[in-house]
Design a protein around this ligand. Structure first.
Ligand code: ZN
Length: 397
């Protein structure tokens, strides 16, 4: 209520006129705009060539602002051309219109924000802050780390620490996110911006990225991938081009990743076998099955974690287990090498510097979880001022 009231009264109190925000009419030329506003074309022709070119760089749907005096005469128009500069058309004391390129007056705040998840983080952040840029940054930071489409509870918290510019009381330009935290069902995932400008997890990049999931629940490896192994049934050395998981007959077998079934049939060695091709070019293989899940056949699309069949000992098998293979093209690779991908982290001094940033940010997160800070409305009063064309300093209108 208070906020709404302030918005209505403020322009009138400041200069006895009114302030009208408007969006730049895409496709309209600058000269047409001047004609439509009944402004002299000289404001354009008096500019030098470089400044004239800027009028062609007014961004799509740019947020502009017009100030009218009490007699509804245009006193000033501000049109941004990028994050830094704007075109200022203004009425001079000599009662003429002139135009200059002036810096944008914006205010910058570093904020900590608590957003409870209601629908999806992107929508919730956008609704809370009005910033599409901030919402997209958040999604980018947590991509591959958290799947927000499943598993969150309404009210699970997001905490964002960021610096944002404001103009006309609205977020403006790209925010700089310093750190973010999300808690999904009690599991906390954090991301920090290091001094190199990049984002890292709490280990400073030393995280294990899981591309594929284990093909059985509570996996127990009984035999690893090797290029040379003694085979107890064939009594000779063979390669073991996969990983064996010990499991009781009938244990559900899960697709290791999203993909398409490219084989569901029988082979002498592997028995009842399913092959799934994944989008990254790898093919996974599930052998010695007792049976396939009904509905699974050549061409079926499967999701990661979906049941595709049941553990058995069909084919050349010494007992019930799942033989799990992974192929890049036609050559077998160690499935474990793609199930975990280790990423190198910081060392020495850089690690120390990162850990300091992390620990400081963790304190901010901890405090914000308790205090639940909300975004304060900011009013950029300076933008309702006249920007002095000589000094570029804002002056009261
Ligand atoms: Zn095997």
């Amino acid at each position: 209520m208070g906020r709404f009231f302030a918005l209505l009264l403020l322009p009138i109190l400041l200069f006895g006129g009114s302030m009208k925000p408007f969006k730049w009419n895409d496709g309209e030329s600058f000269l047409t705009f001047l004609e439509r506003k009944k402004l002299p074309l000289s404001v354009y022709y008096n500019l030098d060539k470089e400044d004239q070119k800027l009028t062609e760089d007014i961004p799509y749907s740019a947020n502009c602002q017009m100030m009218l005096d009490e007699k509804k005469r245009i006193r000033q128009i501000l049109i941004p051309v990028n994050d830094e500069l704007q075109l200022q058309i203004y009425f001079t004391p000599k009662k003429r219109y002139e135009m200059k390129v002036v810096p944008i007056v914006s205010q910058q705040y570093t904020e900590t924000l608590y957003v409870p998840i209601k629908t999806l983080p992107y929508d919730d952040i956008l609704k809370t802050t009005g910033s599409k840029n901030l919402a997209s940054e958040f999604v980018k930071m947590f991509k591959g780390k958290v799947d927000f489409r499943k598993g969150f509870k309404v009210g699970d918290p997001i905490i964002l620490v960021y610096t944002q510019k404001y103009r006309l009381g609205k977020p403006f330009s790209m925010p700089e996110v310093h750190g973010a935290m999300v808690e999904i069902n009690g599991k906390r995932v954090t991301v920090y911006r290091h001094s190199d400008g990049r984002f890292y997890d709490e280990k400073g990049g030393q995280y294990e990225k899981f591309l594929f999931k284990a093909p059985v629940q509570r996996p127990r490896i009984t035999s690893r991938f090797t290029k040379s192994r003694y085979h107890p049934i064939l009594h000779r050395y063979r390669a073991h081009l996969g990983v064996d998981f010990g499991a009781r007959p009938g244990t559900p077998i899960l697709a290791t990743g999203d993909g398409r079934v490219v084989f569901a049939g029988f082979s002498r060695g592997y028995g009842k076998t399913i092959k799934i091709r994944h989008s990254n070019g790898l093919t996974s293989l599930y052998a010695h099955q007792k049976s396939f899940r009904s509905g699974i056949h050549n061409g079926s699309r499967v999701k990661q974690g979906e049941v595709i069949g049941y553990v058995g000992s069909s084919g050349l098998s010494s007992g019930p287990h799942l033989h799990f293979g992974m192929y890049a093209g036609s050559s077998a690779i160690d499935p474990m090498s793609v199930m975990k991908k280790k990423i190198e982290g910081f060392t020495g001094k850089e690690r120390k510097a990162f850990l300091a940033i992390r620990d400081k940010m963790d304190k901010v997160f901890k405090k914000a979880l308790k205090t639940k800070p909300v975004r304060k409305p900011y009013f950029d009063f300076k933008e309702t001022y006249y920007v002095d064309s000589e000094t570029f300093k804002p002056k009261p209108f």
